[in-house]
Write a new protein. Structure first.
Length: 292
């Protein structure tokens, strides 16, 4: 997650990108929460789900309720996330709440199949939150708690924490709406949003890592670099069965490059052993910048 520096460069270069992602993310979340979830009569989870419950029973605007519920949560998470994150998230919260309360009530809500409403709620919310998360921001509420926990325990995925925290709100919605379908549709929406968030935040930068065991390691590394521009790392290994020294070429690439890599490797050494594994993130030269 990006760490915000409130300087001239931020306001000149990053702020316009942040605003663009906030607006697009807010539109997607407005579609998910107001257009589909309200029409489907279920709670998708999160603070927006609590706000939707209030809207359902008291008629209070969803965006305003979201901002009011966020106040104590912001105070709890303030020290963990810092001033920069609070500034960026306050901007995202206001924009999203404004769009939900002023723009989407002008359009009709979805009145079709509730299951389809749940699917599109999850897709829209997942895409909207991913856009906002990837700019180092949040829409507040359970997002603050989720990202605070993720900062302390980074090996637990954001999507998994979203599922755990939002689950209790989905159960509450099912009980208050007095329909099993309300619980099931809320669960479906949250599961889909979870998968989309994990895919957008990790899948977009994930790829494959190749371990090539060969007696022609330098030639393979040279051909990979010449044909694809990818660098490689040479390791020394010993085969435990033969006791012979073997060279191991380690190369990281995108998923779509794997077939091409295999052709290059076996053109040099038809007897090479190639192992392909997946990675979720890579930092350093040629990949993500550390700290992003």
């Amino acid at each position: 997650m990006k760490r915000l520096q409130l300087n001239k460069d931020y306001f000149r270069y990053s702020l316009p990108k942040d605003l663009g992602c906030d607006i697009l993310g807010g539109i997607l979340m407005g579609l998910g929460i107001y257009t589909f979830a309200v029409g489907g009569d279920f709670v998708p989870g999160g603070v927006s789900g609590l706000a939707l419950i209030i809207y359902r029973f008291l008629g209070f605007p969803i965006g305003v309720s979201t901002l009011l519920i966020n106040i104590p949560i912001v105070l709890i998470s303030f020290r963990i996330m810092g001033n920069g994150f609070l500034f960026r998230s306050a901007k995202s919260m206001v924009i999203t709440s404004f769009l939900i309360d002023t723009v989407f009530p002008l359009f009709p809500v979805y009145q079709g199949e509730p299951l389809m409403a749940a699917v599109f709620t999850g897709l829209c919310n997942g895409l909207g939150l991913s856009l906002i998360y990837n700019r180092g921001s949040s829409t507040g509420g359970s997002d603050f708690l989720i990202l605070s926990i993720h900062k302390k325990i980074p090996y637990i995925s954001v999507g998994t924490m979203t599922m755990c925290i939002d689950g209790s709100i989905i159960v509450l919605g099912g009980l208050l709406f007095e329909r099993v379908d309300a619980f099931l549709h809320g669960l479906i929406a949250t599961v889909i949003a979870t998968l989309v968030i994990d895919r957008m935040m990790l899948g977009a930068v994930s790829g494959k890592m190749l371990f090539v065991i060969s007696s022609s390691g330098p030639e393979i590394a040279k051909e990979i670099n010449s044909a694809t521009g990818r660098g490689a790392t040479m390791l020394e290994g010993i085969g435990t069965y033969t006791g012979r020294q073997r060279q191991v070429v380690l190369c990281v690439c995108s998923k779509r490059e794997v077939p091409r890599m295999r052709r290059i490797i076996y053109a040099v050494d038809p007897r090479a052993i190639v192992t392909v594994s997946a990675y979720e993130e890579a930092f350093g030269e040629g990949f993500q910048k550390p700290g992003v």
